[in-house]
Design a protein around this ligand. Structure first.
Ligand SMILES: Cc1ncc(C[n+]2csc(CCOP(=O)(O)OP(=O)(O)O)c2C)c(N)n1
Ligand SMILES: [Mg+2]
Length: 320
């Protein structure tokens, strides 16, 4: 189904929120020297936004270490996400989780994780609960090309298939796992081809194109809701920064390669689409840009003013 105007605008706003959130985080880190950026998602935004546009609030997402964009697209408030990253009590996990260990159950953001491939078994468990309860909810698992070489991926896809679980596996193939290129590490040309080994559909999508991601995920979500089981979607994408913010990525990839991907930037592409379809004019686009910048600006203020955990709170909720 083609997205209506409201959904197109939601997509654009969330692409921008994700990009500007991380740009704000990077600026704050350089000025404060305190804020840690971790693993930027910049360049990959079309995947999270296209996918989450196909979900309802009640549906679930499990994320990996590159989590900011997934969280924003699933509806975690930017100011609360910022507070989490600054390790403040207004974060959804009270600052104890950070980028790689946070959850916001109110919006179905079930967890991020530092264990590569670790969210795949989580997705299986969550989807099994949905199937058991007949709640009609779908779980999306976001993971990288590197994670698709983990045992959890192969075991997870097999279980999801034999149990026909309502899961959409979204592999964000950004070409590298840390400094290891996919051509070196992965035997197949398309990771989506691995779906055949587990008797589920496998689709490749252009991860720079929000609407292509949206279309593929919508179809996979429909299958889930009909009880037809899981799908593997491989989104071919690219991260503009290194594996982590300070990574000297030019030691393992060329400037030319980076520039080729930037020339296909998902946000530029979406702007052209909105203008071409006359969904908005240039002034309206500018107004959205300004509004989003303001949201990020106040998110930083909010997070900086949020209190850090007190000593007595530190051990609350910790299993011993
Ligand atoms: C089980 C496990 N092995 C290794 C690591 C170290 N590690 C962290 S991220 C990463 C690369 C992951 O690559 P990919 O899945 O492609 O995701 P991307 O970083 O490209 O988004 C590795 C090896 C880890 N955190 N967990
Ligand atoms: Mg990768």
């Amino acid at each position: 189904m083609d997205p209506d105007r409201a959904l197109l605008l939601w997509m654009y706003e969330h692409l921008l929120l994700s990009r500007k959130f991380e740009e704000g985080l990077i600026r704050a880190s350089t000025t404060d020297g305190q804020v840690r950026v971790g693993h930027p998602y910049i360049g990959q935004e079309a995947v999270a936004v296209g996918a989450c546009a196909a979900l309802q609030v009640e549906d679930y997402v499990v994320s990996n270490h590159r989590s900011h964009g997934h969280a924003i697209a699933k509806g975690v408030e930017p100011r609360r996400l910022m507070a989490e990253l600054l390790r403040r009590t207004d974060g959804p996990s009270k600052g104890k989780g950070g980028e790689m260990g946070m959850a916001d159950y109110a919006v179905g953001f079930m967890s991020s994780t530092e264990i590569v491939g670790g969210n795949i078994p989580m997705a299986i468990g969550i989807a099994l609960a949905s199937q058991y309860k007949h709640d009609g909810r779908v779980t999306v698992s976001f993971f990288g090309d590197g994670a698709s070489n983990q045992g959890t991926f192969h075991e997870g896809l097999n279980l999801a298939s034999i149990w026909r679980l309502p899961v959409v596996f979204i592999c964000e193939n950004n070409g590298y796992a840390e400094a290891t290129p996919v051509e070196y590490a992965i035997a197949v040309d398309d990771i989506a081809a691995r779906a055949a080994g587990y008797a589920m559909p496998g689709t490749v999508v252009d991860g720079h194109d929000t609407l292509s991601v949206y279309a593929a995920v919508s179809e996979a979500v429909d299958r889930c809701r009909k009880g037809d089981g899981p799908t593997l979607i491989e989104a071919k994408t690219y991260r503009y920064f290194g594996h982590y913010y300070g990574d000297a990525h030019h030691r393992y990839r060329t400037e030319k390669e980076v520039e080729e991907h930037k020339a296909r930037d998902c946000i530029d592409k979406f702007r052209q689409l909105l203008l071409g379809k006359k969904v908005v004019d240039k002034d309206q686009l500018e107004a959205i840009d300004e509004k989003v910048s303001e949201v990020i600006h106040s998110a930083l203020d909010f997070a900086r003013q949020s209190p850090p955990l007190s000593d007595s709170e530190r051990l609350a909720g910790v299993y011993v």
